[in-house]
Design a protein around this ligand. Structure first.
Ligand code: G6P
Length: 609
């Protein structure tokens, strides 16, 4: 969480910083600020709320400079106030920080004893004072940063400027993403490439423990031992259009509608490989997947629900045991390691701290077979994994994940089928059937998207409510969970999901004519069971909103509203049935007037515990 950006150029960098922060707002949007080196001074502007508010203030105060840093915050230590907003300043040193400093209290006491006064409740302010302390001790800005970070425990990406050194900024990274953007006679730093794409596509990803010194004409990188190192230059292929809204009202709406394209791009690799080949997961994959005797999936949020769908697929298709666990729980329990189990981390961003730490924990237990399903190339989690499947959803900006989820499902389905294949459990005819189903998927999803007007009409039943229940069975139960999560994230309606068979064991007590009940009920082997569960709801006056397919012979009746997808698509049905629940959440949020793309209290990329 929190986004950082910095720039040094011959031109005014303030517009670059502001534009960059707007692109980074998905990382947090509690407050924003910039600091620039202006002559022999540091000038700073900070505002609570969105970047736009800070932009107005900086314009009013006539900010312009050739060196500066900026920050957009998701509050952890200290409330959402201007004094807690970044940049933090200590005697002419200004700094922005993403991450958490765990030993900030000890450092605070020590620095107070040295005479430093604190203006904020943040963990970050100690770093500014620490750097200043080492500058006082005779170090230059780079050396002061390098000394300071050695005393920090926790995670950080940092960018620092000093009024005494107007020709450079210095940066550091540990546990949070940071990259350097290379321009012509100007250079940049950012949490992610979207922030600087307006200026350059040439980037260097800093490694854990790196520090760097960035001037207009040069970038010098140092490793954790402060030794100069070369880091490879990459050319980003993120497109600017993927960061623009185009004709859509919200990024979430755009991203929902991009799913046929995103799914098509993601499955292209499978079609190109001619089937479910281990090479889909990397060079080393054949040897690794042949060793696998079971699967342990670790993830958070929507990615956890993707993993929950995958469990059904992996056990049914490959015959291997599979468990799925929330990463933040797994990392703190005494787990029984099985070195023959493949640890699969799923993360759209590739930087979710809990997922990363769960992966490290699994590795520390001797689990060496690791695979990551991720949407962001070169991000931390895939880099820490032996195998990787990159989804090709394209940049996802809306905080509520949509196209990342459905493309993760494609990657996970490919994993289930590939594990089956290496274990001799995927007959050619079955493989051909699966490939055919994948080929049809973008079209099937497009048909589901075409149901939007009907789904939108349902929103009036939900908009005035404070609660909703989602039901599903089997592989569609995680889709009910995902539907409930989407609704609560963006409309703030309390929503819960249950396996429909569990209804009678408790949640049925909640059902009355005030409780809308959404049911995912495709024409699969559990349909008749789900129908019985629906009767239980109707008998208590509950209103049913049923997403099904044309094959299931459901009809509208008193208290039963039905929307049908075109046909039952078989094994990939959970992907198709995700679309209507996404659209329902979107339209209810729209009707309730919430901030769809930036729901309160949330952030897209959660790099703190
Ligand atoms: C945050 C986001 C969710 C996301 C979760 C996991 O909570 O708001 O949309 O599902 O993090 O993120 P990841 O990047 O690891 O998939």
């Amino acid at each position: 969480m929190c986004g950082i950006v910095g720039a040094i150029a011959d031109r005014d960098v303030v517009p670059v910083l502001i534009e960059g922060l707007k692109r980074l707002e998905y990382r947090g949007y509690d407050s924003a600020g910039i600091a620039v080196v202006d002559g022999a001074d540091i000038r700073r502007v900070r505002r609570t709320g969105r970047v736009a508010a800070m932009e107005d203030a900086s314009a009013a105060e006539g900010f312009a400079a050739t060196l500066g840093i900026g920050h957009t915050r998701w509050a952890t230590h200290g409330g959402v106030t201007e004094s807690n907003a970044h940049p933090h300043v200590s005697h002419g040193v200004a700094l922005v920080h993403n991450g958490i400093i765990e030993n900030h209290e000890q450092q605070r006491e020590r620095l107070k004893a040295l005479g430093y006064e604190f203006e904020s409740q943040t963990d970050t302010e100690v770093i500014a004072h620490l750097i200043h302390h080492y500058l006082q001790d005779g170090a230059d800005l780079l050396a002061a940063l390098q000394r300071a970070v050695k005393e920090l425990h926790g995670a950080y990406a940092l960018a620092v400027v000093s009024r005494k050194e107007p020709e450079r900024m210095v940066v550091a990274r540990m546990g949070c993403p940071l990259l350097v953007g290379l321009g012509e006679g100007e250079n940049f730093v950012a949490s992610d490439v979207s922030a600087i794409l307006q200026a350059t596509r040439r980037v260097i990803f800093l490694e854990e423990g790196d520090t760097a010194e960035i001037s207009r004409d040069a970038v010098r990188v140092f490793d954790g031992d402060d030794q100069p190192v070369q880091r490879e230059e990459h050319l980003s292929d993120v497109s600017l259009s993927s960061l623009e809204l185009g004709p859509y009202r919200h990024f979430m709406q755009k991203e929902i509608h991009e799913q046929p394209r995103a799914l098509g791009d993601t499955m292209e690799a499978i079609i190109d490989a001619g089937g479910f080949e281990p090479t889909l997961f990397g060079k080393d994959a054949d040897a690794v997947l042949r060793e696998v005797e079971g699967v342990q999936i670790l993830a958070c949020g929507t990615s956890f629900y993707a993993g929950s769908v995958a469990r059904y697929w992996i056990e049914a298709i490959s015959g291997l045991p599979c468990s799925v666990e929330i990463a933040s729980e797994y990392r703190y329990r005494t787990a029984v390691a099985n070195p023959k189990h493949l640890v699969v981390t799923i993360s759209q961003s590739g930087e979710t701290l809990d997922t990363m730490e769960a992966l490290k924990y699994a590795k520390s237990l001797g689990q060496d077979l690791t695979l990551s399903i991720c949407n962001v190339p070169e991000s931390a989690i895939p880099r820490a994994s032996r195998l990787v499947f990159y989804t090709r959803a394209g940049a996802e900006i809306g905080v509520a994940s949509t196209k990342a989820f459905t493309t993760q499902l494609v990657g996970l389905f490919a994993l289930a089928a590939t594990l089956a294949k290496v274990n001799g459990r995927l007959p050619e005819a079955k493989e051909a059937e699966y490939i055919e189903a994948l080929r049809h998927l973008p079209g099937d999803v497009q048909h589901a998207l075409n149901l939007e007007p009907q789904v939108a009409m349902w929103s009036e039943h939900f908009t005035p409510r404070e609660h909703a229940l989602f039901l599903g069975r089997g592989v569609h139960y995680p889709i009910a969970l995902e539907g409930a999560l989407k609704l609560k994230e963006i409309s703030y309606i309390h929503a819960e999901a249950y396996p429909a068979g569990e209804l009678k064991h408790g949640p049925l007590a909640l059902v009355d004519d005030d409780m809308p009940v959404v049911v995912i009920a495709p024409n699969d082997s559990l349909l008749e069971k789900v129908k019985s569960n629906m009767q239980e709801v109707r008998a208590r006056g509950g209103q049913l909103f049923v997403f099904t397919d044309a094959d299931s012979n459901f009809a509208d009746s008193e208290g039963v509203h039905v929307i049908r997808t075109e046909r039952h698509v078989g094994v990939l049905s959970p992907i198709v049935h995700t679309i209507p629940v996404q659209m329902l959440a979107y339209h209810v949020a729209l009707a309730r007037g919430t901030d769809v793309d930036k729901p309160r209290n949330l952030a897209k990329s959660v790099t703190v515990e």
